[in-house]
Write a protein that binds this ligand. Structure first.
Ligand SMILES: Nc1ncnc2c1ncn2[C@@H]1O[C@H](COP(=O)(O)OP(=O)(O)OP(=O)(O)O)[C@@H](O)[C@H]1O
Ligand SMILES: [Mg+2]
Length: 375
């Protein structure tokens, strides 16, 4: 879209808001335009901001920074019919809710992306291309979205996440246009574009039950991937890599598999999620690790938050809440895990009778497990 078209587009949007009686939205829209263009012709846009300031509903004196954080860039893509935002934005500095725990291979691959970004100029001057199309695969709650945020944080780039509902909910035949609008925006604004639940938009073609709309969408995606700007990065994330169209697969430069946490990673996660309670909870890390086998990082985090909150609201020691959780967990653990747990609990001074009633194991089984003779 050239500048003239952009201005026309803005005028039409503004007219829509005014005709629809949405004066407050129109004022906000003008302020967003003023903000987005503050560097191009400062005087005009400052005047526009000053003119609209007294009109904003609360009348507050909004700084550029405030507008940047609370409003959208007027050129951010929207669905033409519904006016829904096609992208959700996270602007730097991007804050992470936790310190990511990545296995060495993942960390290496992400570090390489960072290094290529830092040497982008040299790489392009040498006629090479930057590896900027990544796909993250893995089960839910293992850090795919977290890794995208971590990269955005490290590269100090805005993170735009495709709003799938807005893209797909548009009228028939418009989904491809929405995707094109998103890629056009991204090509002009260096950022990380996150396509979460990627399997929903890049499903294998050739399935007769698919409506033509979805097939066209994959074709549009392929075209957009091929001309994706070297100044941005694209991250697709999926729980179902096998559903993806093979032609889409080939377009990625980097493919990273995010596994469920192994035992050492689970211990690290437990320690990190207990945060300031870690010293008190430490004697139970081994028992928690055994009981949390097979849980994702996100499940581990949720469980530990629950235990910590329970201790606060009930005024009980954290150890008591941990043991209560372990006892409840015995209901879903297999016999080998319960045997390991029984040994660990007895080492902490709980009686054989207590441990037997918690784990549902006979005292004889517990005794054998302790001796290490049980299978
Ligand atoms: N590798 C990890 N290290 C530390 N914390 C993690 C990790 N993975 C997940 N978490 C915790 O779980 C939360 C959810 O993780 P995230 O959103 O990254 O999962 P996901 O892999 O994107 O899952 P989904 O497939 O459901 O989108 C994170 O915000 C973080 O608190
Ligand atoms: Mg995710």
């Amino acid at each position: 879209m050239d500048d003239f078209q952009k201005v026309c587009d803005c005028l039409v949007r503004l007219a829509r808001l005014i005709v629809g009686g949405k004066t407050a939205d129109a004022v906000r829209f003008l302020q967003r335009m003023a903000y987005a263009n503050r560097n191009s012709d400062a005087l005009v846009w400052i005047e526009l901001n000053n003119l609209t300031k007294p009109l904003s509903s609360s009348g507050e004196n909004r700084s550029w920074d405030h507008i940047a954080r609370t409003s959208d860039n007027p050129f951010e893509p929207r669905d033409i019919d519904t006016q829904f935002d096609l992208l959700a934005k996270d602007i730097p500095p991007i804050v992470l809710d936790t310190n990511p725990i990545f296995e060495a291979g993942i960390r290496e691959a992400l570090d390489m992306v960072i290094k290529e970004h830092q040497r982008a100029k040299d790489i392009l001057q040498a006629g090479l291309t930057i590896s900027n199309k990544l796909i993250f695969c893995g089960p839910p709650g293992v850090g795919k979205t977290l890794a995208a945020k971590w990269l955005a944080n490290r590269l100090n780039l805005p993170l735009y996440t495709l709003n799938l509902a807005a893209v797909m909910s548009s009228y028939l035949g418009k989904t491809g246009n929405n995707v094109q609008r998103v890629f056009q925006f991204v090509s002009q604004h260096p950022c990380i574009l996150l396509l979460d639940e990627f399997d929903a938009i890049a499903k294998k073609r050739g399935d007769d039950t698919d409506v033509g709309e979805l097939k066209r969408l994959v074709t549009v995606l392929l075209q957009e991937f091929d001309r994706f700007s070297q100044s941005s990065k694209l991250i697709a994330a999926t729980n179902h890599p096998t559903l993806l169209d093979p032609a889409v697969w080939r377009r990625f430069d980097v493919s990273i598999e995010f596994p469920m946490p192994d035992e050492p990673q689970a211990v690290e996660a437990i320690k990190s999620f207990f945060d300031t309670d870690a010293i008190v909870a430490e004697p139970y890390f081994d028992a928690l690790t055994v009981s949390m086998a097979g849980m994702s990082f996100s499940d581990i985090k949720r469980t530990i938050s629950h235990v910590r909150k329970q201790s606060m609201v009930d005024g009980k020691p954290i150890e008591t809440c941990i043991v209560e959780w372990l006892v409840g967990r015995c209901g879903v653990l297999g016999k080998p895990a319960r045997k390991r747990l029984s040994t660990l609990l007895m080492e902490k001074g709980y009686s054989q009778r207590e441990v037997a009633s918690w784990t549902g194991l006979s005292r004889d089984t517990i005794r054998k497990a302790r001796k290490g003779g049980a299978s």
